[in-house]
Design a protein around this ligand. Structure first.
Ligand code: HEC
Ligand code: HEC
Ligand code: HEC
Length: 131
C-alpha cells in the first residue's frame, strides 16, 4: 500500500515533469555571464562579436528570443544550420529573409535593434558590438 505522502510525491513528480523538460522558461536558467552570440560558418565578420547580457533583459520571456524552444532542442543557436545561417544574400528576397544572418538582430520590431529603438535601450553600433 502507498502512504499518502508517497502518493503526493508521485503526483508532484508527474505534474512537474513537463516543466522540467522546458527548463529554459525559468530566469534561473539564464547564464549570468554575457553570451557570445553564435555566427554562421563562412562569415567574414566586419564588426566585433556581440556579447549578449541576459542580465539586462530579465523583464522578457525567454521565448521572446528563444522562439524555437517549444519545437526544437534547446541547444539550437541563432546561426544553427537551417536557421539564421545565410551569410551572403544574392537577391532582394534573400536580403529580406529571416535566414539572412543580420536580419533577426537589426530588422523588425522583434529584433535586438528594433526593440532597442522603441525603448530607452541603446542603438549605436558600439553598444552591442563592443571591442
Ligand atoms: C533578448 C533576447 C533573449 C532573451 C529574452 C533570452 N535570451 Fe538566452 N540567449 C540569447 C542569445 C542571443 C543567446 C546566444 C545564442 C547563440 O549562441 O546563437 C542566448 C543564449 C542562451 C543560453 C546558452 C548560453 C551559452 O552559454 O551558450 C541559455 C542557457 C539561455 N540563453 C537561457 C535563457 C533563459 C533561461 C531565458 C529566459 C529567462 C533567456 N535565455 C532569455 C538571447 C535571449
Ligand atoms: C524586447 C526588447 C529587447 C530586445 C528584443 C533586446 N533588447 Fe537589449 N535591451 C533592452 C532594454 C530595455 C535594455 C536596457 C536595460 C537596462 O538598462 O536595464 C537593453 C540593454 C541591452 C544591452 C546593454 C546596453 C548597455 O551597455 O547598457 C545590450 C548590450 C543589449 N541590450 C543587447 C541586445 C542584443 C544583442 C539583443 C538581441 C540578441 C537584444 N539586446 C534584444 C531591450 C531589448
Ligand atoms: C541592439 C544590438 C545591436 C546593434 C545596436 C547593432 N547590432 Fe549588428 N549585430 C548584432 C548581433 C546580435 C549580431 C550577431 C552576432 C555577431 O555577429 O556578433 C550582429 C551582427 C552584425 C553584422 C554581421 C557580422 C559581421 O561582423 O559582419 C554586421 C555587419 C553588423 N551587425 C553591423 C552593425 C552595424 C553597422 C550597426 C550600427 C549601425 C549594428 N550592427 C548595430 C546586434 C546589434
Amino acid at each position: 500500500m502507498l502512504r499518502s505522502s508517497q502518493v503526493l510525491c508521485l503526483a508532484l513528480f508527474i505534474l512537474c515533469a513537463p516543466l522540467l523538460s522546458f527548463a529554459l522558461e525559468s530566469p534561473a536558467d539564464a547564464p549570468h555571464e554575457n553570451v557570445r552570440v553564435s555566427r554562421p560558418k563562412g562569415l567574414y565578420a566586419k564588426m566585433p562579436r556581440v556579447k549578449f547580457p541576459h542580465s539586462a533583459h530579465k523583464q522578457l520571456a525567454c521565448d521572446a528570443c528563444h522562439h524555437t524552444i517549444h519545437e526544437l532542442p534547446q541547444t539550437m543557436r541563432c546561426s544553427s544550420s537551417g536557421c539564421h545561417d545565410m551569410v551572403a544574400p544574392h537577391c532582394p528576397r534573400e536580403l529580406r529573409s529571416g535566414r539572412y544572418f543580420k536580419n533577426p538582430f537589426h530588422k523588425g520590431r522583434a529584433s535586438c535593434k528594433g526593440c532597442h529603438s522603441s525603448s530607452s535601450a541603446p542603438v549605436q553600433c558600439r553598444s552591442c558590438h563592443k571591442k
